[in-house]
Design a protein around this ligand. Sequence first.
Ligand SMILES: Cc1cc2nc3c(=O)[nH]c(=O)nc-3n(C[C@H](O)[C@H](O)[C@H](O)COP(=O)(O)OP(=O)(O)OC[C@H]3O[C@@H](n4cnc5c(N)ncnc54)[C@H](O)[C@@H]3O)c2cc1C
Length: 404
Amino acid sequence: MTEFSMDLNDDQKQLQDWVHGFAANVMRPAASEWDEREETPWPIIQEAANIGIYSPDFIFSTFGDPTGLSMVVALEELAWGDAGLCMAIVGTSLAVAGIAANGTPEQAMEWIPQCYGTPDNLKLAAFGVSEPDAGSDVSALRTRAIYDAATDEWVLNGTKTWISNGGIANLHVIVASVDPELKGRGQASFIIPEGTKGIRQGQKFKKMGIRASHTAEVILEDCRIPGSCLLGGKEKLDERLARVREGKKSSGQAAMATFEATRPSVGAQAIGIARAAYEYSLDYAKERKQFGRAIIENQAIAFKLANMKTNIDASRLLVWRAAWMAATKKPFLNGEGSMSKLFAGETAVRVTEDAIQILGGYGYVRDYPVERWHRDSKIYTIFEGTSEIQQLVIARAISGIRIE
Ligand SMILES: Cc1cc2nc3c(=O)[nH]c(=O)nc-3n(C[C@H](O)[C@H](O)[C@H](O)COP(=O)(O)OP(=O)(O)OC[C@H]3O[C@@H](n4cnc5c(N)ncnc54)[C@H](O)[C@@H]3O)c2cc1C
């Protein structure tokens, strides 16, 4: 029986230092430029690929950590470097999570490496669930996948929106409805391989924050893919649909399986942003003098910093717990994954706002990074389930009642 410990082990510390080095030396100096350019930062993704941070090995080894902590430790550092660049680097992993959660082991081995390509031939992947009329309500997806038995192909039609790497990705994982009458339980995930006809980018969005990460609509028009691109395989899908039609329990929605696995990772990114803003404003408060003393000598400022640090540490404890529970296959009986994302996302927004307040006018202008961190933080209360949806998941879990 191992003793309880909250220390990172040597491998995790080494990973943390390595990723931190990349965040400090490569991401931080480039952050402002790519925020202004609002384009996919290929040179940064290339550097991440060159040293192995953007690679299937990185994902397999961090996800493979039996404690669950490696992934969240690494993501906190990347987002500390810059959240927009971080999303540009890890956007692909949303598709990877979709494949891992819904695909067979053979499909995972075949497709996950293709999501990244190689340092000589970089590839991107995207995960498309959200639609114009189906955001929080994932059960309302209208994108249809119809099986063509004559050719053993699936034919997809519909519009996805808000998709990170959407349309520029080489490979898309798309969640579509196979049987609309079954709503969320009639959905499945599909791989749209590189070079497939009938998939294209629609509108590209101009955003408030994480502007180095590409976000766009993805339009599917008679998009035909081989039968083998159905994640999990047709036999399993048919069995699952039959069970649902008979009113029996099924293993749940394709999209939800992915989100459950990724929530602590999203929370970890929010912590990285909050920590960046906290560290910066702590230093600033010690330096900046008004009324003949450092502003931190006023309780109003010092207590703000005390609360910022307390909330960041509390977020990390929730994120690490959820990551550990997921890795050790402990069920989220009280919505622990949602708790971690909810608390860390809300903390990031509050902490970055407090950081602006501590910097005063300097916090409000683009010469300083703090306003960017605040703009970047807000998405963490919206994507991968809004704060309200996380509250709904927790409320239903703790009460056993279908709260609406
Ligand atoms: C930058 C960015 C990147 C994204 N990347 C991806 C991606 O890669 N792939 C992908 O599939 N999606 C992605 N999304 C979509 C994101 O997950 C959705 O925006 C999110 O799920 C919310 O959906 P919505 O925007 O339609 O808001 P809505 O669902 O319309 O919600 C609007 C408001 O109503 C509230 N609300 C809705 N239902 C309830 C309820 N039952 N109870 C209480 N409150 C409720 C919400 O909390 C919110 O405050 C991305 C979004 C953005 C902005």
